[in-house]
Design a protein around this ligand. Structure first.
Ligand SMILES: O=P(O)(O)O[C@@H]1C[C@H](O)[C@@H](CO)O1
Ligand SMILES: O=c1cc[nH]c(=O)[nH]1
Length: 332
């Protein structure tokens, strides 16, 4: 079915409101999920494969009972580092009152690439730095949820970032991702052709995360656009990398432009995370703490112990959201 708003992928801009109200936007697929909430992935080749090896997870569909292992997953929470995602697994077990192993089991240890922990309905997975690392594990986890027949799983990224005009330690809940060239889309070259997909996040989930954040008064939370850079140094307009051929004035002009467009933080995965989850029909959100105000400098100079505490801010928000969701579900 053609999109009823005449949006042609990659050719016209689409407003956030338009996007979240348009159910037929995604490659003409009428339904992104089955009636029972299980995923209806657009790649029809998958159903023709006898076995699917999720190579970077070291898990396959022949030797693992995926519905038994992962069928109850409701939240896939992802973030850059293995340490953070292990910490989040322990934290969520505590706040949900679930039994905790003294050493949480890394279910993807054999892959030697990533770490993945399961605590009740929560899967906590690290994704490394930048799009290629993140999209590889994200796509395998989406397939994992598909084979496990998980119902309506939500994907949330817990990240770190550089802020724009907001106090370091604040959290930004992303509403959409903006590329370095200021496009609201994720670009990937497929079969030699540059393709783009819209990079909006789930509006309702963002709002629910903002509501969950309102109980934490010790740091500020902003709902805003995020810029996703393909590099930490030049890609984020820093002056302190090994390479730099622009001036401080050029950098400030660019960062001020981002700020005037409503961008409040810069990280490295937002567009791909938003686009791929949306194409796969899963609701997704992103909450990132900021470690530096990029309008004031480039270097992250805050002591590591403080950064480790700040890294917990998005965990508090996402933890509160999950706890409330689980409590409400148990009531019904
Ligand atoms: O989730 P993390 O803390 O990895 O997110 C940001 C974006 C990059 O992955 C990385 C750069 O330091 O931090
Ligand atoms: O400035 C920053 C800090 C953390 N992560 C980023 O991508 N940028």
């Amino acid at each position: 079915m053609a999109c009823d708003c005449d949006y042609v992928l990659g050719k016209h801009d689409v407003t956030e409101e338009h996007y979240s109200n348009c159910s037929s936007l995604l490659n003409g697929r009428e339904s992104k999920r089955n009636a029972d909430g299980t995923l209806n992935l657009p790649n029809k080749n998958l159903s023709k494969m006898d076995v699917d090896f999720l190579y970077h997870l070291s898990i396959d569909t022949a030797n693992f009972d995926l519905p038994a292992m992962f069928g109850d997953v409701k939240f896939v929470v992802m973030g850059g580092t293995k340490h953070r995602m292990r910490e989040f697994a322990c934290y969520i077990a505590t706040i949900l009152g679930l039994p905790q192993d003294s050493k949480p089991v890394n279910l993807t240890k054999a892959s030697q690439r990533y770490a993945m922990y399961k605590v009740g309905p929560v899967l906590s997975v690290n994704h490394g730095i930048g799009n290629p690392s993140m999209t590889t594990v994200l796509q395998e986890v989406i397939k994992l949820m598909y084979y496990a027949k998980a119902k309506d799983p939500m994907f949330i990224r817990l990240g770190t970032s550089g802020g724009l005009g907001i106090p370091p330690g604040s959290v930004v809940i992303s509403t959409f991702g903006l590329s370095g060239t200021l496009e609201k889309s994720f670009e990937l070259t497929v079969l030699g052709v540059k393709r783009t997909w819209p990079s909006y996040l789930d509006k309702r989930l963002s709002e629910e995360l903002v509501t969950a954040a309102s109980e934490f008064k010790e740091f500020k939370t902003y709902a805003a656009a995020s810029m996703g850079a393909n590099d930490f140094y030049l890609g984020q307009g820093r002056l302190d990398g090994p390479l730099c051929d622009y001036s401080e004035a050029d950098k400030m002009e660019y960062l001020n432009k981002l700020t005037s467009l409503g961008v409040r933080n810069i990280e490295m995965e937002v567009m791909a995370f938003a686009a791929i989850t949306s194409e796969a029909g899963v609701r997704a959100g992103i909450a990132c703490v900021t470690f530096v105000d990029r309008l004031k400098g480039d270097q992250v100079t805050i002591p590591k112990a403080v950064l480790n505490e700040w890294q917990k801010h998005p965990m508090f928000i996402v933890g509160a959201f999950i706890k409330k969701y689980v409590e409400n579900r148990n009531k019904h």
